[in-house]
Design a protein around this ligand. Sequence first.
Ligand SMILES: C[S@@+](CC[C@H](N)C(=O)[O-])C[C@H]1O[C@@H](n2cnc3c(N)ncnc32)[C@H](O)[C@@H]1O
Ligand SMILES: Nc1nc2[nH]cc(C(=O)O)c2c(=O)[nH]1
Ligand code: SF4
Ligand SMILES: [Mg+2]
Length: 209
Amino acid sequence: MYTIRELFLTLQGEGAQTGMRAVFLRFAGCNLWSGREADRATATCTFCDTDFVGTGGPGGGKFADAATLAAAVAATWGPSPAHRLVVCTGGEPLLQLDAPLIDALHAHGFRIAVETNGTIAAPAGIDWLCVSPKAGSTTVQRAGHELKLVFPQPALPPEAVETWRFDHYFLQPMDSPHQAANIQAAIAYILDHPQWRLSLQTHKVTGIA
Ligand SMILES: C[S@@+](CC[C@H](N)C(=O)[O-])C[C@H]1O[C@@H](n2cnc3c(N)ncnc32)[C@H](O)[C@@H]1O
Ligand SMILES: Nc1nc2[nH]cc(C(=O)O)c2c(=O)[nH]1
Ligand code: SF4
Ligand SMILES: [Mg+2]
């Protein structure tokens, strides 16, 4: 059984795959926050921009098995067989994404991308792994395709993660009332540290989901 908050077609808004057509598979639930506003201040992850509670989003629901969920992902993509991309996110997708679902999505021709907080080791078979570490948590998954550090997190500066084994290193300015200052701080940091690239949340600029 998989518990899905929402399932929708959009463009990947963040990171190295920005702009690509993708089905977003948003799993319900997270291990770093309950998702309730009353708990936000005492959560491990306090800046989350996403509603991942329950199954009430577009395309959400409980899916009995991997084949049923993969068929729903394929139907959301549509009939075109080429360039199929699914982005598994949440909430924390690695609480639920398992080998049967990875195999079922591959069987439908999807390249599987994952957005994870890195506190759970990734299963085999993920085609694009994006790890976004959170201050106050223990990141066990320290290798992957892209590291996407929400910036700034004073207790988790880029220097603390810059030697982890990734192909791409992104700073993503924290969306908050201080967003404009966070963008300028990220730009200033990258001008001094060219290992890093800027990731803007382009879906928020364009107004798509
Ligand atoms: C909602 S999370 C879901 C996946 C996973 N739980 C994680 O944290 O990576 C998706 C992405 O949004 C980022 N994110 C969450 N809140 C943000 C915010 N306020 N500003 C910028 N990025 C944010 C996360 O760091 C992560 O890269
Ligand atoms: N368009 C779009 N791109 C995204 N990239 C990561 C997202 C996420 O919430 O994980 C996200 C999202 O919610 N929408
Ligand atoms: S770990 Fe990810 S989903 Fe969980 S609260 Fe933080 S940003 Fe949101
Ligand atoms: Mg989002």
